[in-house]
Design a protein around this ligand. Structure first.
Ligand code: NAD
Length: 342
C-alpha cells in the first residue's frame, strides 16, 4: 500500500489529482504538502477532507528538514508544487527558479536519502518552446523561451539527474494547457469566464493567433496516475489529447458559453515572448501505459463555465483581495486585464 506525498495539492491540478488518488483502494495515505501561496486554496480540497486517508501539511518544499521528515514516512512522490503563471514569471523570476528548481532538488535529495517507489515530476509542454509547425515528442529539443518554462525545464533536468546519479525512480510528465473547475482566475479561461459573467470586457493579446492545446484537468490527472503506477523510471511522458485552439477560437467558445458577443472583446499589444504555438505527440503514454483522454472540449468548457457561474464565492474574493501581490491587481483590473494564454 502506497503512501503518497503530493506537493501542490491545494492548487488547481493538484487538488483534482488528490481527489482522484483518494478513490484508489491500494493507496493507504495521501499527504498534501502545500505552502498555500496566492495560488493555493485549502478549499480546493473540500470534500476530500472527509477521507481518513488525507493529511494536509502547510509547508514549503524548500524546507529541507520538513521535506526530509515527510519523505521518511512516504513511499512515493507526485510533485506538482510550482510557481505556475507565465505572466508573473516576467516580474518574479527568482521565485520561479527558487520553487521550481531548488524546490525540486530539495524533494529529490530527500527521495534519494529515503528511497521511493516513484517520483513523478509534473511538468509542461512549454519546455519544448514554440513550434511553428510539427509536433514535439519526448526526445525533441527543450527550448524554453519564458522564465516559467525555463524553470520547469531546469526542474525536469534536475529531477532526471537524480535518476541517473542516485537511481531515484523519476518520471517526468509534460502536459498541454489544462482547464477545469478550481483554476485560479488569473489564467485565461477562468479570467475570461468570470469577467464575462460579470458583464466586463476581455482583451486579447496581439492578433489572438497563438495556438494552445486545451486538455481537461481530469484527463491530465488520469495520465499522471498511470505514470505514477506504471511509468518507466528515467522516462518523460507527454500528456496531450486536448483540442488545439487559437486564442480567438477559444474566446469564441467562451463568449458562446457565457452568452456574450464579440463587442466585449478588444485587442492589446502582445506580451513578451508569447510563443506562437505549442504542440506535442502523446503516443508514448497512449501505447505504453494505455492513456486515453475522455473529455469532450465543448462539454468540458461548458461545465467549467457553469462551475464558475455557480461558485462566485470561490473566485470573487481572489479578484478583490487588497493584499494580493501587484501582479494579481494588474491582471484583474478591468481596464487592463489582458493575460497571456496561460
Ligand atoms: P497552481 O498554481 O494552481 O498550484 C500550485 C500549487 O503549488 C499551489 O497550491 C501553491 O500553493 C503550491 N506551491 C507553490 N509554491 C510552493 C512551495 N514553494 N512549496 C509548497 N507549495 C507551493 O498550479 P497548477 O496549474 O495546478 O499546476 C500544477 C503543476 O502542473 C505545476 O508544476 C505546473 O507547472 C504544471 N502544469 C500546469 C499546467 C496548467 O495548464 N495549469 C500545464 C502543464 C503543467
Amino acid at each position: 500500500m502506497e503512501k503518497v506525498l503530493v506537493t501542490g495539492g491545494a492548487g488547481f491540478i493538484g487538488s483534482h489529482f488528490v481527489k482522484r488518488l483518494l478513490h484508489a483502494d491500494d493507496i493507504a495515505e495521501v499527504t498534501v504538502l502545500d505552502a498555500l501561496t496566492y495560488a493555493g486554496h485549502i478549499e480546493n480540497l473540500g470534500e476530500a477532507f472527509l477521507s481518513p486517508k488525507l493529511r494536509f501539511v502547510h509547508g514549503n518544499i524548500l524546507d529541507a528538514d520538513l521535506v526530509d521528515d515527510l519523505l521518511s514516512r512516504h513511499t512515493a512522490v507526485v510533485h506538482l508544487a510550482a510557481e505556475s503563471h507565465v505572466d508573473r514569471s516576467f516580474f518574479e523570476a527568482g521565485a520561479f527558479l527558487s520553487t521550481n528548481v531548488l524546490g525540486t532538488q530539495t524533494l529529490a535529495d530527500a527521495a534519494a536519502r529515503h528511497g521511493v517507489t516513484k517520483f513523478v515530476h509534473v511538468s509542461t509542454d512549454e519546455v519544448y518552446g514554440p513550434l511553428p509547425e510539427g509536433y514535439a515528442d519526448e526526445d525533441a529539443p527543450v527550448r524554453p523561451t519564458v522564465p516559467y518554462a525555463a524553470s520547469k525545464a531546469a526542474g525536469d533536468f534536475v529531477a532526471l539527474s537524480y535518476f541517473h546519479t542516485y537511481d531515484v525512480p523519476v518520471c517526468v510528465t509534460r502536459s498541454s494547457n489544462n482547464y477545469g473547475p478550481y483554476q485560479h482566475p488569473e489564467k485565461i479561461i477562468p479570467l475570461f469566464v468570470t469577467r464575462l459573467l460579470q458583464g466586463l470586457p476581455v482583451t486579447i493579446h496581439g492578433q489572438g493567433r497563438h495556438v494552445r492545446n486545451w486538455l481537461h484537468v481530469e484527463d491530465n490527472c488520469a495520465g499522471i496516475e498511470l505514470v505514477l503506477r506504471d511509468g518507466i523510471p528515467g522516462e518523460v511522458y507527454n500528456i496531450g489529447g486536448g483540442t488545439d485552439f487559437t486564442t480567438r477560437e477559444l474566446t469564441d467558445v467562451l463568449l458562446g458559453v457565457c452568452g456574450a458577443g464579440w463587442d466585449r472583446v478588444s485587442y492589446i499589444p502582445d506580451r513578451r515572448s508569447n510563443d506562437l504555438r505549442y504542440s506535442m505527440v502523446w503516443d508514448k503514454i497512449a501505447n505504453g501505459l494505455g492513456y486515453s483522454p475522455t473529455h469532450d472540449i465543448m462539454q468540458g468548457i461548458a461545465d467549467t463555465a457553469e462551475w464558475y457561474r455557480r461558485n462566485p464565492d470561490r473566485w470573487a474574493p481572489l479578484m478583490r483581495n487588497p493584499y494580493a501581490p501587484a501582479a494579481t491587481v494588474e491582471v484583474t483590473a478591468p481596464a487592463e486585464e489582458g493575460t497571456g494564454v496561460r
